[in-house]
Design a protein around this ligand. Structure first.
Ligand SMILES: *Cc1c(COP(=O)(O)O)cnc(C)c1O
Length: 421
Protein backbone atom coordinates (compact mmCIF):
# COMPACT_ATOMS: atom_id res chain seq x y z
CA UNK A 1 0.00 0.00 0.00
CA UNK A 2 1.36 3.40 -1.02
CA UNK A 3 1.05 6.74 0.75
CA UNK A 4 -1.03 8.03 -2.20
CA UNK A 5 -3.66 5.30 -1.65
CA UNK A 6 -3.84 6.13 2.03
CA UNK A 7 -4.23 9.84 1.31
CA UNK A 8 -7.21 8.99 -0.88
CA UNK A 9 -8.88 7.34 2.11
CA UNK A 10 -8.49 10.63 4.01
CA UNK A 11 -10.02 12.58 1.13
CA UNK A 12 -13.06 10.28 1.15
CA UNK A 13 -13.38 10.38 4.94
CA UNK A 14 -16.63 12.05 6.01
CA UNK A 15 -15.33 12.57 9.55
CA UNK A 16 -11.98 14.16 8.67
CA UNK A 17 -13.04 17.67 9.78
CA UNK A 18 -13.44 16.57 13.41
CA UNK A 19 -9.69 16.28 13.87
CA UNK A 20 -9.52 20.09 13.94
CA UNK A 21 -11.89 20.13 16.88
CA UNK A 22 -9.30 18.39 19.05
CA UNK A 23 -6.05 19.59 20.57
CA UNK A 24 -3.57 17.49 18.63
CA UNK A 25 0.10 18.34 18.27
CA UNK A 26 2.19 18.37 15.11
CA UNK A 27 4.57 15.43 14.98
CA UNK A 28 2.71 13.55 17.69
CA UNK A 29 0.71 10.46 16.76
CA UNK A 30 -1.73 9.90 19.61
CA UNK A 31 -2.72 6.23 19.56
CA UNK A 32 -3.80 6.04 23.20
CA UNK A 33 -7.30 7.52 23.08
CA UNK A 34 -8.59 4.23 24.50
CA UNK A 35 -6.85 5.08 27.79
CA UNK A 36 -7.36 8.85 27.88
CA UNK A 37 -9.14 10.58 25.01
CA UNK A 38 -7.92 13.98 23.83
CA UNK A 39 -9.47 17.31 24.75
CA UNK A 40 -11.85 18.83 22.20
CA UNK A 41 -12.57 22.54 21.95
CA UNK A 42 -16.23 21.88 22.67
CA UNK A 43 -15.45 19.95 25.85
CA UNK A 44 -13.15 22.77 26.95
CA UNK A 45 -15.93 25.29 26.28
CA UNK A 46 -18.61 23.50 28.33
CA UNK A 47 -16.14 23.08 31.20
CA UNK A 48 -15.40 26.84 31.09
CA UNK A 49 -19.13 27.56 31.02
CA UNK A 50 -19.60 25.60 34.24
CA UNK A 51 -16.73 27.49 35.87
CA UNK A 52 -18.29 30.73 34.72
CA UNK A 53 -21.67 29.67 36.14
CA UNK A 54 -19.96 29.24 39.50
CA UNK A 55 -18.21 32.61 39.09
CA UNK A 56 -21.44 34.43 38.17
CA UNK A 57 -24.10 32.63 40.17
CA UNK A 58 -22.56 30.96 43.25
CA UNK A 59 -25.14 28.61 44.77
CA UNK A 60 -27.76 29.69 42.23
CA UNK A 61 -25.71 27.90 39.59
CA UNK A 62 -27.55 24.70 40.58
CA UNK A 63 -30.67 25.94 38.87
CA UNK A 64 -29.95 29.29 37.20
CA UNK A 65 -26.61 28.78 35.44
CA UNK A 66 -26.27 28.47 31.71
CA UNK A 67 -25.77 24.70 32.31
CA UNK A 68 -27.78 24.12 35.52
CA UNK A 69 -25.88 21.68 37.72
CA UNK A 70 -28.96 20.11 39.31
CA UNK A 71 -30.02 18.45 36.06
CA UNK A 72 -26.61 17.91 34.45
CA UNK A 73 -26.25 14.17 35.24
CA UNK A 74 -29.67 13.47 33.74
CA UNK A 75 -28.94 15.66 30.73
CA UNK A 76 -25.67 13.85 30.05
CA UNK A 77 -27.52 10.54 30.50
CA UNK A 78 -29.96 11.63 27.81
CA UNK A 79 -27.10 12.61 25.49
CA UNK A 80 -25.36 9.27 26.13
CA UNK A 81 -28.43 7.09 25.55
CA UNK A 82 -28.19 6.96 21.71
CA UNK A 83 -24.61 5.68 21.93
CA UNK A 84 -25.76 2.56 23.77
CA UNK A 85 -29.28 2.06 22.41
CA UNK A 86 -30.98 3.05 25.63
CA UNK A 87 -33.99 5.16 26.58
CA UNK A 88 -33.04 8.47 28.18
CA UNK A 89 -34.38 7.53 31.62
CA UNK A 90 -32.30 4.31 31.66
CA UNK A 91 -29.01 6.24 31.73
CA UNK A 92 -27.29 8.46 34.28
CA UNK A 93 -23.88 10.13 34.41
CA UNK A 94 -22.41 9.24 37.79
CA UNK A 95 -19.53 7.61 39.64
CA UNK A 96 -16.78 5.56 38.05
CA UNK A 97 -16.79 2.06 36.62
CA UNK A 98 -15.69 0.61 39.92
CA UNK A 99 -18.11 2.54 42.15
CA UNK A 100 -20.93 1.83 39.72
CA UNK A 101 -20.18 -1.90 39.80
CA UNK A 102 -20.42 -1.68 43.60
CA UNK A 103 -23.71 0.20 43.38
CA UNK A 104 -25.27 -2.19 40.87
CA UNK A 105 -24.08 -5.32 42.66
CA UNK A 106 -25.46 -3.92 45.90
CA UNK A 107 -28.73 -3.51 43.99
CA UNK A 108 -28.88 -6.66 41.84
CA UNK A 109 -26.71 -9.29 43.50
CA UNK A 110 -29.00 -11.05 45.97
CA UNK A 111 -27.58 -14.52 46.70
CA UNK A 112 -30.39 -16.83 47.71
CA UNK A 113 -30.59 -20.62 48.27
CA UNK A 114 -28.14 -22.30 45.91
CA UNK A 115 -28.09 -19.33 43.50
CA UNK A 116 -25.08 -17.54 44.95
CA UNK A 117 -22.33 -17.43 42.35
CA UNK A 118 -21.02 -14.68 40.09
CA UNK A 119 -19.77 -15.38 36.56
CA UNK A 120 -16.89 -13.33 35.15
CA UNK A 121 -13.82 -13.90 32.99
CA UNK A 122 -10.14 -14.40 33.75
CA UNK A 123 -8.99 -11.53 31.52
CA UNK A 124 -11.03 -8.62 32.86
CA UNK A 125 -9.48 -5.45 34.24
CA UNK A 126 -8.39 -5.95 37.88
CA UNK A 127 -10.72 -3.30 39.33
CA UNK A 128 -13.84 -5.13 38.12
CA UNK A 129 -12.61 -8.35 39.71
CA UNK A 130 -11.66 -6.62 42.99
CA UNK A 131 -15.16 -5.15 43.15
CA UNK A 132 -16.80 -8.54 42.51
CA UNK A 133 -14.66 -10.24 45.16
CA UNK A 134 -15.37 -7.60 47.76
CA UNK A 135 -19.11 -7.82 47.07
CA UNK A 136 -18.94 -11.57 47.67
CA UNK A 137 -17.04 -10.99 50.89
CA UNK A 138 -19.67 -8.48 52.04
CA UNK A 139 -22.11 -11.42 51.83
CA UNK A 140 -19.67 -13.66 53.74
CA UNK A 141 -19.09 -15.76 50.63
CA UNK A 142 -15.67 -17.02 49.63
CA UNK A 143 -14.58 -15.70 46.21
CA UNK A 144 -12.50 -18.86 45.69
CA UNK A 145 -15.66 -20.87 45.15
CA UNK A 146 -18.23 -18.18 44.35
CA UNK A 147 -16.46 -16.23 41.62
CA UNK A 148 -16.37 -18.29 38.44
CA UNK A 149 -13.83 -16.87 35.98
CA UNK A 150 -13.93 -18.18 32.42
CA UNK A 151 -10.37 -18.89 31.36
CA UNK A 152 -8.70 -18.15 28.06
CA UNK A 153 -6.89 -20.67 25.89
CA UNK A 154 -4.58 -18.23 24.14
CA UNK A 155 -4.26 -15.75 27.03
CA UNK A 156 -5.91 -12.96 25.06
CA UNK A 157 -9.42 -13.99 24.02
CA UNK A 158 -12.42 -15.74 25.57
CA UNK A 159 -14.73 -18.14 23.77
CA UNK A 160 -18.40 -17.24 23.99
CA UNK A 161 -19.24 -20.96 24.02
CA UNK A 162 -17.18 -21.33 27.22
CA UNK A 163 -19.13 -18.50 28.86
CA UNK A 164 -22.46 -19.99 27.86
CA UNK A 165 -21.47 -23.50 28.96
CA UNK A 166 -20.60 -22.21 32.42
CA UNK A 167 -24.12 -20.83 32.95
CA UNK A 168 -26.33 -22.73 35.37
CA UNK A 169 -28.83 -22.17 38.14
CA UNK A 170 -26.13 -21.60 40.76
CA UNK A 171 -25.21 -18.32 39.09
CA UNK A 172 -27.00 -15.21 40.25
CA UNK A 173 -25.27 -12.60 38.12
CA UNK A 174 -22.64 -12.16 35.45
CA UNK A 175 -20.36 -9.24 34.71
CA UNK A 176 -18.32 -9.20 31.52
CA UNK A 177 -16.49 -6.61 29.46
CA UNK A 178 -18.06 -5.76 26.08
CA UNK A 179 -14.55 -5.40 24.68
CA UNK A 180 -11.59 -7.02 26.46
CA UNK A 181 -9.13 -4.33 27.44
CA UNK A 182 -5.96 -6.12 26.36
CA UNK A 183 -6.83 -7.88 23.11
CA UNK A 184 -9.71 -5.66 22.01
CA UNK A 185 -11.97 -8.70 21.51
CA UNK A 186 -15.63 -7.69 21.18
CA UNK A 187 -18.06 -10.13 22.80
CA UNK A 188 -21.53 -10.82 21.41
CA UNK A 189 -23.56 -9.03 24.08
CA UNK A 190 -26.93 -10.02 22.64
CA UNK A 191 -26.10 -13.73 22.45
CA UNK A 192 -24.62 -13.87 25.95
CA UNK A 193 -27.57 -11.96 27.42
CA UNK A 194 -30.10 -14.25 25.80
CA UNK A 195 -28.33 -17.38 27.04
CA UNK A 196 -27.96 -15.97 30.57
CA UNK A 197 -31.61 -15.03 30.80
CA UNK A 198 -32.58 -18.61 30.02
CA UNK A 199 -30.97 -19.42 33.37
CA UNK A 200 -32.44 -16.33 35.07
CA UNK A 201 -28.99 -14.82 35.48
CA UNK A 202 -28.81 -11.02 35.87
CA UNK A 203 -26.58 -9.62 33.11
CA UNK A 204 -24.17 -6.73 33.56
CA UNK A 205 -21.66 -5.42 31.02
CA UNK A 206 -18.68 -3.12 31.39
CA UNK A 207 -18.55 -0.90 28.29
CA UNK A 208 -15.20 0.78 29.07
CA UNK A 209 -13.73 -0.14 25.69
CA UNK A 210 -16.84 0.01 23.53
CA UNK A 211 -18.78 3.15 24.49
CA UNK A 212 -17.97 5.84 21.96
CA UNK A 213 -16.24 3.30 19.72
CA UNK A 214 -19.19 1.28 18.44
CA UNK A 215 -23.00 1.17 18.63
CA UNK A 216 -24.92 -0.91 21.19
CA UNK A 217 -28.59 -1.82 21.59
CA UNK A 218 -28.74 -2.42 25.33
CA UNK A 219 -32.48 -1.87 25.70
CA UNK A 220 -33.43 -4.12 22.82
CA UNK A 221 -30.88 -6.76 23.86
CA UNK A 222 -32.45 -6.77 27.32
CA UNK A 223 -29.17 -6.21 29.18
CA UNK A 224 -30.00 -5.67 32.87
CA UNK A 225 -27.29 -3.15 33.67
CA UNK A 226 -24.10 -1.64 32.29
CA UNK A 227 -21.32 0.62 33.51
CA UNK A 228 -18.64 2.66 31.73
CA UNK A 229 -16.06 5.37 32.10
CA UNK A 230 -15.99 8.47 29.90
CA UNK A 231 -12.33 9.43 29.88
CA UNK A 232 -11.46 6.82 27.21
CA UNK A 233 -13.38 7.01 23.90
CA UNK A 234 -15.78 9.72 25.16
CA UNK A 235 -13.01 12.27 25.81
CA UNK A 236 -14.30 13.69 29.12
CA UNK A 237 -10.81 14.25 30.56
CA UNK A 238 -8.80 12.69 33.39
CA UNK A 239 -11.14 11.42 36.09
CA UNK A 240 -14.21 12.35 34.04
CA UNK A 241 -17.43 11.08 35.62
CA UNK A 242 -18.60 7.65 34.42
CA UNK A 243 -22.07 6.37 33.71
CA UNK A 244 -24.50 3.53 34.17
CA UNK A 245 -27.49 1.96 32.47
CA UNK A 246 -30.33 0.14 34.20
CA UNK A 247 -32.95 -1.51 32.02
CA UNK A 248 -36.44 -0.01 32.24
CA UNK A 249 -37.68 -3.37 33.59
CA UNK A 250 -35.77 -2.68 36.80
CA UNK A 251 -36.46 1.01 37.24
CA UNK A 252 -38.36 1.95 40.38
CA UNK A 253 -36.24 -0.47 42.39
CA UNK A 254 -34.51 0.84 45.53
CA UNK A 255 -30.77 1.47 45.05
CA UNK A 256 -28.55 -0.90 47.02
CA UNK A 257 -26.47 2.09 48.12
CA UNK A 258 -28.71 5.06 48.75
CA UNK A 259 -27.93 8.74 49.15
CA UNK A 260 -29.75 12.00 48.77
CA UNK A 261 -29.07 12.18 45.03
CA UNK A 262 -30.89 8.82 44.64
CA UNK A 263 -34.00 10.82 45.39
CA UNK A 264 -36.77 11.86 43.09
CA UNK A 265 -35.69 15.39 42.16
CA UNK A 266 -38.96 16.98 43.28
CA UNK A 267 -38.71 15.37 46.73
CA UNK A 268 -34.98 15.76 47.33
CA UNK A 269 -35.16 19.11 49.10
CA UNK A 270 -38.07 18.06 51.32
CA UNK A 271 -35.21 16.60 53.38
CA UNK A 272 -37.26 13.64 54.63
CA UNK A 273 -35.54 10.64 56.26
CA UNK A 274 -37.58 8.26 54.10
CA UNK A 275 -36.05 8.12 50.61
CA UNK A 276 -38.34 8.40 47.60
CA UNK A 277 -36.03 7.03 44.88
CA UNK A 278 -36.15 8.55 41.41
CA UNK A 279 -38.10 6.39 38.97
CA UNK A 280 -35.22 6.67 36.49
CA UNK A 281 -31.60 5.46 36.47
CA UNK A 282 -30.98 8.62 38.52
CA UNK A 283 -31.93 6.51 41.56
CA UNK A 284 -28.48 4.89 41.39
CA UNK A 285 -26.65 8.13 42.10
CA UNK A 286 -25.43 8.53 45.67
CA UNK A 287 -24.03 11.96 46.54
CA UNK A 288 -23.53 15.37 44.97
CA UNK A 289 -22.49 15.11 41.30
CA UNK A 290 -18.94 16.09 40.32
CA UNK A 291 -19.92 18.98 38.10
CA UNK A 292 -16.48 20.06 36.92
CA UNK A 293 -15.64 16.50 35.90
CA UNK A 294 -18.97 16.10 34.10
CA UNK A 295 -19.25 19.40 32.26
CA UNK A 296 -16.76 18.51 29.47
CA UNK A 297 -19.14 15.72 28.40
CA UNK A 298 -21.84 18.21 27.44
CA UNK A 299 -19.59 19.45 24.64
CA UNK A 300 -17.88 16.18 23.85
CA UNK A 301 -21.13 14.26 23.39
CA UNK A 302 -22.37 16.89 20.92
CA UNK A 303 -19.58 15.78 18.61
CA UNK A 304 -20.72 12.14 18.84
CA UNK A 305 -24.27 13.21 18.15
CA UNK A 306 -23.24 15.15 15.05
CA UNK A 307 -20.78 12.61 13.68
CA UNK A 308 -23.04 9.63 14.43
CA UNK A 309 -21.85 6.48 16.18
CA UNK A 310 -22.42 4.30 13.06
CA UNK A 311 -20.07 6.47 11.03
CA UNK A 312 -17.56 6.53 13.85
CA UNK A 313 -17.64 2.72 13.99
CA UNK A 314 -17.24 2.42 10.21
CA UNK A 315 -14.21 4.66 10.17
CA UNK A 316 -12.75 2.94 13.21
CA UNK A 317 -13.04 -0.45 11.48
CA UNK A 318 -11.38 0.96 8.37
CA UNK A 319 -8.57 2.45 10.47
CA UNK A 320 -7.88 -0.74 12.41
CA UNK A 321 -8.11 -2.78 9.18
CA UNK A 322 -5.54 -0.50 7.54
CA UNK A 323 -3.32 -0.75 10.59
CA UNK A 324 -3.50 -4.56 10.51
CA UNK A 325 -2.86 -4.68 6.75
CA UNK A 326 0.17 -2.41 7.01
CA UNK A 327 1.55 -4.39 9.93
CA UNK A 328 1.24 -7.53 7.83
CA UNK A 329 2.93 -5.80 4.90
CA UNK A 330 5.85 -4.29 6.81
CA UNK A 331 6.38 -6.10 10.08
CA UNK A 332 5.90 -9.83 9.60
CA UNK A 333 9.61 -10.55 9.86
CA UNK A 334 9.87 -8.95 13.32
CA UNK A 335 8.19 -11.48 15.58
CA UNK A 336 4.93 -9.55 16.13
CA UNK A 337 1.72 -11.43 16.79
CA UNK A 338 -1.77 -9.92 16.55
CA UNK A 339 -3.74 -10.70 19.74
CA UNK A 340 -6.98 -9.03 18.63
CA UNK A 341 -9.55 -10.95 16.60
CA UNK A 342 -9.34 -9.90 12.95
CA UNK A 343 -13.04 -10.18 12.05
CA UNK A 344 -14.97 -6.90 12.05
CA UNK A 345 -17.74 -8.17 14.31
CA UNK A 346 -15.26 -9.46 16.89
CA UNK A 347 -12.92 -6.52 17.38
CA UNK A 348 -13.27 -3.21 19.19
CA UNK A 349 -11.39 0.00 18.53
CA UNK A 350 -7.78 -0.98 19.05
CA UNK A 351 -5.17 -3.30 17.62
CA UNK A 352 -3.18 -5.36 20.04
CA UNK A 353 0.34 -6.39 19.14
CA UNK A 354 2.22 -8.97 21.13
CA UNK A 355 6.02 -8.87 21.16
CA UNK A 356 8.61 -10.11 23.68
CA UNK A 357 10.19 -6.62 23.70
CA UNK A 358 6.83 -4.79 23.92
CA UNK A 359 7.86 -2.50 26.80
CA UNK A 360 11.04 -1.25 25.16
CA UNK A 361 9.32 -0.91 21.77
CA UNK A 362 6.70 1.34 23.40
CA UNK A 363 9.48 3.54 24.80
CA UNK A 364 11.13 3.77 21.38
CA UNK A 365 7.75 4.65 19.80
CA UNK A 366 7.25 7.47 22.31
CA UNK A 367 10.69 8.80 21.47
CA UNK A 368 9.57 8.95 17.82
CA UNK A 369 6.36 10.83 18.71
CA UNK A 370 4.00 7.85 18.67
CA UNK A 371 1.96 7.43 21.86
CA UNK A 372 0.91 3.79 22.23
CA UNK A 373 0.19 2.01 25.46
CA UNK A 374 1.73 -1.00 27.01
CA UNK A 375 -0.09 -3.69 28.97
CA UNK A 376 1.82 -6.24 30.99
CA UNK A 377 3.46 -8.53 30.10
CA UNK A 378 3.92 -8.12 26.33
CA UNK A 379 1.10 -6.16 24.70
CA UNK A 380 1.33 -2.95 22.66
CA UNK A 381 -2.10 -1.41 22.16
CA UNK A 382 -2.61 0.98 19.25
CA UNK A 383 -5.95 2.80 19.08
CA UNK A 384 -6.51 4.89 15.96
CA UNK A 385 -9.40 7.04 17.17
CA UNK A 386 -11.91 7.81 14.41
CA UNK A 387 -12.52 11.41 15.50
CA UNK A 388 -8.91 12.54 15.50
CA UNK A 389 -6.60 10.03 13.80
CA UNK A 390 -6.23 10.07 10.01
CA UNK A 391 -5.45 7.20 7.66
CA UNK A 392 -2.13 8.84 6.86
CA UNK A 393 -1.32 8.98 10.59
CA UNK A 394 -1.75 5.20 10.70
CA UNK A 395 0.59 4.87 7.73
CA UNK A 396 3.22 7.00 9.46
CA UNK A 397 2.91 5.03 12.69
CA UNK A 398 3.62 1.73 10.95
CA UNK A 399 6.60 3.17 9.08
CA UNK A 400 7.99 4.52 12.34
CA UNK A 401 7.55 1.13 13.98
CA UNK A 402 9.27 -0.51 11.03
CA UNK A 403 12.17 1.92 11.32
CA UNK A 404 12.53 1.13 15.02
CA UNK A 405 12.63 -2.61 14.35
CA UNK A 406 14.97 -2.36 11.35
CA UNK A 407 17.44 -0.29 13.31
CA UNK A 408 16.89 -2.12 16.63
CA UNK A 409 16.16 1.23 18.30
CA UNK A 410 14.18 -0.50 21.08
CA UNK A 411 17.41 -1.99 22.38
CA UNK A 412 18.39 1.41 23.81
CA UNK A 413 15.59 1.05 26.37
CA UNK A 414 14.95 -1.36 29.21
CA UNK A 415 12.16 -3.85 28.61
CA UNK A 416 10.42 -2.83 31.86
CA UNK A 417 7.17 -0.92 32.15
CA UNK A 418 6.96 2.58 33.65
CA UNK A 419 4.78 3.41 36.70
CA UNK A 420 1.86 4.22 34.44
CA UNK A 421 1.98 1.95 31.45
C1 LIG B 1 -10.59 1.68 32.36
C2 LIG B 1 -11.26 0.54 33.00
C3 LIG B 1 -11.63 0.58 34.35
C4 LIG B 1 -11.32 1.74 35.24
O1 LIG B 1 -12.27 1.87 36.27
P1 LIG B 1 -12.53 3.27 36.99
O2 LIG B 1 -13.41 2.93 38.12
O3 LIG B 1 -13.17 4.16 35.97
O4 LIG B 1 -11.21 3.79 37.41
C5 LIG B 1 -12.31 -0.52 34.87
N1 LIG B 1 -12.61 -1.59 34.11
C6 LIG B 1 -12.25 -1.65 32.80
C7 LIG B 1 -12.61 -2.87 32.01
C8 LIG B 1 -11.55 -0.61 32.22
O5 LIG B 1 -11.17 -0.70 30.94
Amino acid sequence: MKREDVKKLDQLDELHQYKEEFYTHPGIYYMDGNSLGLLSKRAEQTLLTSLNDWKQHGIEGWTDGQQPWYYMSEQIGEQTAPLIGAKAHEVINTGSITTNIHQLLATFYKPKGSRTKILADALNFPSDIYALKSQLELHNLNPADHLIQITSEDGYTIQEEDIIEAMNNDIALLLLPSVLYRSGQLLDIERITKAAHQHNIIVGFDLAHSIGALPHHLHEWDVDFAVWCTYKYLNSGPGGVGGLFVHENHLGRKPGLAGWFSSSKEKQFDMEHELTPADSAGAFQIGTPHILSSAPLLGSLEIFHEAGIEKIRNKSLQLTQLLMDLIKEHLTSYDFRMANPIENHRRGGHVSLVHPEAASICKALKHEGVIPDFRDPNVIRLAPIALYVSFEDVYDVVLKLKDIMENKKQQQYSNQRGTIA
